[in-house]
Design a protein around this ligand. Structure first.
Ligand code: UD1
Ligand code: PEP
Length: 420
């Protein structure tokens, strides 16, 4: 297994080009299953999760080829298999997003239950309940969701008990081909939901209200190919901004979208950073020790859980004591024991991390346990006074395109050690 070796202490300086958003690209690639003609998706990040998605779509019968560095052409006209098997689903939870499209277009789907994962149990009951309200017959047996429907799904009014991003996406995609109108209440409002809705509309769907908590989808009979460009990754952007802040650097993220990032930008400013934005860039300058910031994660537009771990690393070396409360996932603090091994002073009280900032972290051999936890350990390594080794970085390769190359260009001393 690959690892990173990091020698901290270099301030990050320069420009970094932000890739397309993983969490928008995944549902958008799954949405191509709804189309009877080929679709070109641009600004697709080069990530392990994208490779997994393309493998899954290929297993279902799609024809796929890359065009240049970041565009994928997907032809789902000849889908001949409606089963998403455990082998791939277990490596990527977002595989559940084939359920809605397959069921809506072909009247049946068999998808392995994703199971629990490091950050929490992450059930998919809301996906299943919503599809049942649209008339589907669904049972769960032998670890698989078996879903069937005679003819088209029927539009329905669906109230989601909990705000769920992929739940909203699965139901939106299913409703796009249903008969009649579907209303999803208490829908997720994340920018990636808006991106998926825009892509579906470019394919001929009739989705309105994306970005609010009520989505209305008027079903159409068929969807067709088009071109669509994936939005920039706001979590990748936020990660580089935090890395710049803790190393007292000066970094400009290009190809970014500041509009999607209010909550994160305002916490960086509260920490003492100078942040400036243009239409498609964000720059951060920091020339002093950050001040610790209190945070509570919650669905968009509040502070994103996917930036929580990175801010725990920031608070670990910041001036003062602060609390970070995680309200979305029940087990998303696995970076804390690893950060403690690097000298951080962090107490965990239920779903709250209480940090007392220390002046310096020291390097250690630490283990990445999930995607954003890995990012927080890399950030900690960038400021540690001695060498850090981050093991099991396959997690980070799920969601950050060539993070070591991008950090090296900004002046970091980080290298990948090839494992076996
Ligand atoms: C691929 C993708 O886009 N992943 C993102 C997505 O994950 P994902 O869509 O899986 O996360 P959800 O928004 O569904 O989860 C929110 C909460 O709802 C619960 N829940 C969810 C569905 C369900 O049927 N029942 C249920 O109880 C979950 O356990 C969790 O506690 O949103 C999360 C929350 O912003 C992000 O951290 C992930 O990066
Ligand atoms: C939790 C994340 O992703 P996933 O939902 O794919 O596990 C993430 O992107 O931080």
């Amino acid at each position: 297994m690959d690892a990173f070796k990091i020698n901290g202490g270099n301030p990050l300086n320069g420009e970094v080009a932000i890739s397309g958003a993983k969490n928008a690209a995944l549902p958008i690639l799954m949405a191509t299953l709804l189309s009877e003609t080929p679709i070109t998706i641009e600004n697709v990040p080069r990530l392990n999760d994208i490779n997994t998605t393309l493998k899954l779509l290929t297993q279902l019968g799609a024809n796929i080829h890359w065009q240049g560095d970041d565009a994928v052409v997907i032809d789902a006209s000849n889908i001949n298999n409606q089963k998403a098997a455990y082998d791939l689903v277990k490596t990527m939870r977002a595989s559940i997003l084939v359920l809605g499209p397959l069921l809506a277009r072909f009247g049946h789907a068999e998808v392995s239950l994703p199971g629990g994962c490091a950050i929490g149990a992450r059930p998919v009951n809301l996906h299943i309940q919503g599809l049942k309200l649209m008339g589907a017959d669904i049972d769960v047996e032998n670890g698989y969701i078996h879903a069937r429907n005679e003819g088209r799904l029927k539009g329905a009014t669906i109230f989601m008990d909990t705000v769920s991003v992929t739940g909203t996406e699965n139901l939106m995609m299913a409703a796009a081909l249903a008969q009649g109108t579907t209303v999803i209440e208490n829908a997720a409002r994340e920018p990636e939901i808006v991106d998926l809705a825009n892509c579906l509309n470019a394919m001929g769907a009739k989705v309105s209200g994306a970005g609010s908590n009520t989505l209305t989808i008027e079903g159409v009979e068929k969807l067709e190919g088009s071109h669509y460009r994936v939005m920039p990754d706001r979590i990748e952007t936020g990660t580089y901004l935090v890395a710049a802040a803790v190393t007292r650097g000066n970094v400009k993220c290009t190809h970014a979208d500041p509009k999607a990032m209010d909550a994160v930008i305002s916490k960086l400013q509260e920490a003492g950073a100078e942040v400036t934005c243009g239409d498609d860039w964000i720059a951060l300058k920091m020339d002093k020790r950050p001040k610790a910031v209190n945070i509570r994660t919650a669905p968009h537009p509040a502070f994103p859980t996917d930036m929580q771990a990175q801010f725990v690393a920031l608070n670990a070396i910041a001036e003062g004591t602060a609390t970070i409360k995680e309200t979305i996932f029940e087990n998303r603090f696995m970076h804390v024991p690893e950060l403690r091994r690097m000298g951080a002073d962090i107490d965990l009280e239920g779903n709250t991390a209480v940090t007392k900032g220390v002046e310096n972290l020291t390097g250690a051999q630490v283990m990445a346990t999930d995607l954003r936890a890995s990012a927080s350990l890399v950030i900690a390594g960038l400021i540690a006074t001695t060498e850090t080794q981050v093991d099991r970085i396959y997690h980070i390769d799920r969601g950050y395109q060539r993070i070591e190359d991008k950090l090296q260009k900004l002046g970091a001393d980080i290298v990948r050690i090839q494992g076996n």
